[in-house]
Write a protein that binds this ligand. Structure first.
Ligand code: NAD
Ligand code: 6OD
Length: 471
């Protein structure tokens, strides 16, 4: 595990343990970046803004992104193994989502950049000759990228790729819990013929450590962050003093709406996937499902049966996170009904030392219960009945978050009525987590600020400047 600063690797810093969530055992050490190293990383990124990188054309940057994508593909199995080791997620997930999506992030932004144009305007002038206005896109400068542990490489590259595409330099700080694929990415970038200082990687914790020192650094021009909403508030306060722009992807408490006219089998199967993928540790996972009353019992029975049958799921990321999830389950069991799961699985092997929680289906809790209002970020879903479309919308739209929602219905008119009326950034109809990388991605309310994806990211990571030429 090494930092990557100014084109060189660096293993300095007080080490902290890396823990395998599957067994709870310490399996390695990560050096924590000192404040001095963070300073050096920001300094190297500033320096690189004045170097040859500034002269690279969009086409050259686009080709560089493809080289990085090639580099990840060339070490695909290493990336998959590292992601599984850090997160405990099943290989099937890392090899079909995390790593291919990281490759796709570089390719998608490379292609968008290569084909991107800007508008120009002809302005009338009294002498009749007019003036031509055109837009020049400039990088923001040094961008801090701070990312979480749930989809470590996917969410890091989701920001690094568009930031580099637009000519910025980057200092990235991955989650302290999942640093391994970021290290591999630094190795790939080191071999991708980018000028020294264009990409930096520093490891460490968040508060009073590398994350905070980086995001409050006066040499950082913008912050792109994915993580908890309250961390976003702390980062925004730090960025406010220097008015640095922020792009935030934050927490969620995503709702599913199941109407009686839905294909119930498909809705159950889709909800199992949306609630329990990566054991609920995906920001888009569904944690509340509202089911139209005539089909509530049937849906609840089938979902609970499906949850009991789930095999091949992974653990929570850490002991602290497992304890938070189990705390929610203890309160929920006391106040409502547990239809499936609710406990810790027993394996009779080394996994018993890991951070496991059973896929859990709850019902019967009031809407203001912490398990229904707060983000759990674990394999836990609560079911409640509704009687009318208006009630379903009111239930889904209540609460502090607004990231994503899913509507299950067989009525086309209802789908088009309900989906746009949801207070979220992303709504799916009869599917979940079908994501085209060019579409806007992000949340409303406490779920985020701004949009990522396609041109939205390229816009965030650049400053449009107007040039007006009198003809
Ligand atoms: P977190 O906020 O604890 O940490 C995220 C990153 O921020 C880590 O790298 C951490 O070290 C750093 N950090 C923590 N405190 C900091 C501080 N004061 N200053 C600067 N950096 C700091 O989040 P997490 O537990 O790693 O991730 C889970 C959360 O992320 C959940 O809330 C989930 O909903 C959210 N998430 C959101 C999206 C989205 O797209 N909306 C995607 C994935 C995860
Ligand atoms: O784009 C994807 O494939 C994906 N799974 C995004 C998830 C983001 C939030 O955790």
């Amino acid at each position: 595990m090494r930092h990557y600063v100014g084109g060189g690797f660096d293993a300095s810093g007080v080490p902290f343990p890396l823990v395998d969530p599957v067994t709870g055992r310490t399996v390695g050490e990560v050096p924590a970046a000192s404040r001095e190293l963070v300073d050096r990383a920001v300094g190297a990124a500033r320096e690189a803004l004045r170097g040859p990188w500034a002269g690279w054309s969009p086409a050259e940057r686009s080709r560089a992104l493809h080289r990085i994508a090639d580099g990840i593909e060339g070490r695909f199995e290493e990336f998959v193994a590292a992601e599984c080791a850090d997160t405990g997620k099943p290989r099937a997930l890392a090899s079909t989502v995390d790593i291919p999506r990281a490759v796709a992030n570089f390719r998608a932004y490379a292609d968008l950049l290569a084909g991107r144009g800007e508008r120009s305007w002809h302005t009338e002038t009294p002498d009749g000759r007019g003036a031509l206005n055109y837009t020049v896109r400039k990088p923001l400068g040094v961008v801090a990228v701070v990312s979480p542990w749930n989809l470590p490489l996917l969410l890091l590259t989701w920001k690094v790729a568009p930031a580099l595409a637009m000519g910025n330099t980057v200092v990235a700080k991955p989650s302290e819990l999942t640093p391994s694929t970021a290290c591999l990415l630094a190795e790939v970038i080191a071999g991708a013929e980018l000028p020294a200082g264009v990409f930096q990687l520093v490891h460490g914790h968040g508060a009073d450590a590398a994350g905070q020192w980086l995001t409050e650094h006066p040499g950082v021009d913008a912050v792109a962050f994915t993580g908890e909403s309250r961390t976003g508030s702390a980062i925004m306060r730090a960025a406010a003093d220097r008015l640095a722009p922020v792009s935030f992807e934050l927490g969620g408490k995503n709702a599913g709406l199941v109407f009686a006219d839905a294909d119930l089998e498909r809705a159950v199967e889709g909800t199992l996937r949306s609630a329990f993928t990566h054991s609920g540790q995906v920001c888009l996972c569904t944690e509340r499902v509202y089911v139209e009353r005539p089909v509530f019992e049937e849906f609840a029975g089938a979902l609970a049966a499906g949850a009991k049958d789930l095999a091949g799921y992974g653990p929570m990321i850490s002991a602290a996170h497992r304890d938070k999830v189990l705390g929610h389950l203890a309160r929920a069991a006391a106040d409502g009904e547990v239809l499936a799961g609710g406990g810790v699985p027993s394996f009779g092997d080394a996994r018993d030392g890991g951070f496991w929680v059973e896929p859990t289906v709850l019902a019967g809790l009031p809407e203001d219960h912490p398990a229904v209002r707060e983000e759990i970020f674990g394999p836990v879903v609560h079911l409640a009945p509704f009687d009318t479309e208006e009630e379903a919308l009111a239930l889904a739209n209540a609460g502090p978050y607004g990231l994503a929602a899913t509507v299950w219905t067989g009525d086309l008119s209802r789908a088009h009525r309900v989906a746009p009326a949801l207070d979220v950034g992303i709504a799916w109809v009869n599917t979940w987590n079908l994501r085209d990388l060019r579409t806007p991605f992000g949340g409303v309310k406490a779920s985020g600020i701004g949009r990522e994806g396609g041109d939205h990211s390229l816009d965030f990571f650049s400053e449009p400047m107007n040039v007006c030429v009198k003809l």
